[in-house]
Design a protein around this ligand. Structure first.
Ligand code: HAM
Length: 453
């Protein structure tokens, strides 16, 4: 009996088309990060289990894929990158040029119940800005996040960034209706309010043992959060009871964001508190503005994490964006390019009985030239393919060359071979000319044809 295997629950196989989509997403993340002055880093796929227990929070710890190695050490596959980054920065802090602007594109693993937008293995772009005490860190992170989404073809109406500030919210809650020891419960409730109806809220209040005053206030919060766009009156009513300095802080932040042209994307959002335990002040989430997809990205300040990991006290902020929800949103908006597999530059067609001339020409076309002075490739080889069909009938092979998207075809046939030439056919203009058969000379002529447009 044959064994049949399936990919584990919540994982994906990347066949060529899916892989091209993944590379497109990763390369866009990488390109825009570099343009914003961030340097790429990476770390191990697994870490000691303890690293995630220190400060990520119960939810993530409950989703860990953990195991013991042969030395009986407890390890876990990384569910996120932030603890690794904090460990790396804490260990190297003295020697690192500041500020630290890093990005990474790790695969992450969470034993979640697979559902739309949530898998057990996903790719998460991380952007982190550390060791700079000014508010430009928030601004640069938002700038990069928004610019990247725009580069994917999304516009202001497609997504919105809901932001909040945990310090201000704590101040507002404790000065109005939440006892200091119940702030954790209040966050737990706020994190879930947007997804619950009245009955769901009652259940949540009972579960977190909310006193009646909290319940009526959270109902007000729910009214302010649930309507789309957020009910400005309900929000104003709530905020009118908050300390002046909190309201001033919100206004000042809004105006700084507006100054750099990001105002239309960002909105103060009561329901954004973030589940991870290490966040300290500013937090944000990128939400699909048109349908109820899960958050595309989330992040915030984690000013105490580097210290917790044995490093110096250091301001830090960052966010993570997963590939899964992003791809769903790009497809739903119709902005994912249809053809992502790269088309060849040149297609070699042969009517010759012998395969070797084709191989020689492919070799010359694909070969790069290396420049030892600059230690770089001086001239990149061409993307060159040939037909693997058995037929030697050029008329039958030509449609394959055209369908491949190649701009130029090289045609080898006995009559030309006898005269020491090959044909170069421009598949766009449909013009043909002859070129010397010798491989290097032919490759040069193909390049010239490609450059002629
Ligand atoms: P997070 O909110 O847990 O934050 O994840 C950020 C993003 O990763 C989510 O918005 C989502 O797009 C994606 N994501 C998370 N879990 C899954 C999953 N099971 N399947 C597919 N996608 C998922 C963090 O991880 C923080 N460490 C981000 C950060 C970086 N904060 C500061 N720096």
């Amino acid at each position: 009996m044959k064994n049949t295997f399936q990919a584990p629950k919540g994982t994906r196989d990347f066949m060529p088309e899916a892989m091209a989509v993944r590379r497109y997403i990763e390369e866009t993340w990488r390109r825009v990060s570099v343009r914003h002055g961030f340097l790429e880093v990476d770390g191990p796929t697994f870490e000691s289990l303890e690293l995630y227990k220190v400060k990520s929070g119960d939810e993530i710890v409950s989703q860990l894929f953990s195991f013991r190695d042969r030395g009986d050490r407890e390890l876990a596959l990384r569910p996120e990158f932030t603890p690794t980054l904090a460990r790396m920065v804490a260990a190297q802090a003295q020697g690192l040029p500041r500020p630290i602007k890093w990005f990474s594109i790790p695969r992450c693993y969470r034993a979640e119940q697979p559902q739309k937008g949530r898998l057990r293995e996903f790719i998460q772009w991380n952007v982190d800005f550390l060791a700079d005490p000014t508010p430009r860190c928030e601004q640069e992170c938002l700038m990069l996040c928004i610019e990247t989404l725009r580069e994917f073809g999304l516009q202001a109406g497609d997504f919105r960034i809901g932001w909040n500030n945990r310090d201000w919210l704590t101040q507002a809650l404790t000065s109005t209706f939440v006892a200091p020891e119940r702030v954790g419960d209040a966050y737990f409730i706020l994190d879930r309010l947007a997804k619950l109806d009245a009955a769901g809220r009652r259940e949540l209040y009972a579960q977190r043992q909310c006193p009646p005053r909290e319940q009526s206030q959270f109902d007000l919060f729910a009214a302010a959060i649930s309507s789309e766009p957020a009910a400005p009156d309900a929000l104003m009513q709530i905020m009118s009871t908050w300390p002046q300095e909190v309201r001033d802080g919100i206004k000042a932040f809004e105006s700084r964001i507006a100054d750099i042209g990001l105002g239309e994307y960002c909105r103060f959002d009561l329901s954004v508190v973030r589940g991870l335990a290490y966040y300290t002040g500013f937090v944000f989430e990128v939400l699909d503005a048109k349908s109820h997809n899960r958050a595309m990205a989330g992040g915030g300040r984690y000013d105490r994490l580097i210290e917790t990991f044995g490093g110096p006290s250091m301001p830090a902020i960052g966010f993570g964006m997963g590939d899964v929800v992003l791809e769903i949103v790009l497809r739903e908006r119709g902005v994912l390019p249809r053809q992502l597999l790269s088309a060849p530059d040149v297609f070699v067609l042969s009517a010759l009985p012998d395969e070797q001339p084709v191989q020689q020409i492919l070799m010359a076309l694909r070969r790069s030239t290396w420049d030892s002075a600059s230690q770089r490739v001086a001239q990149a080889g061409l993307h060159a393919v040939a037909s693997y069909k058995a037929t030697r009938n050029i008329g039958k092979l030509l449609p394959e060359a055209v369908a491949s998207g190649a701009r130029v075809a090289v045609i080898l046939a006995p009559e030309e071979l006898a005269r020491g030439v090959a044909k170069i056919k421009n598949l766009i203009t449909r013009t043909e000319r002859e070129a010397p058969l010798e491989a290097a000379a032919l490759a040069a002529q193909v390049r010239a044809e490609l450059q002629s447009g």
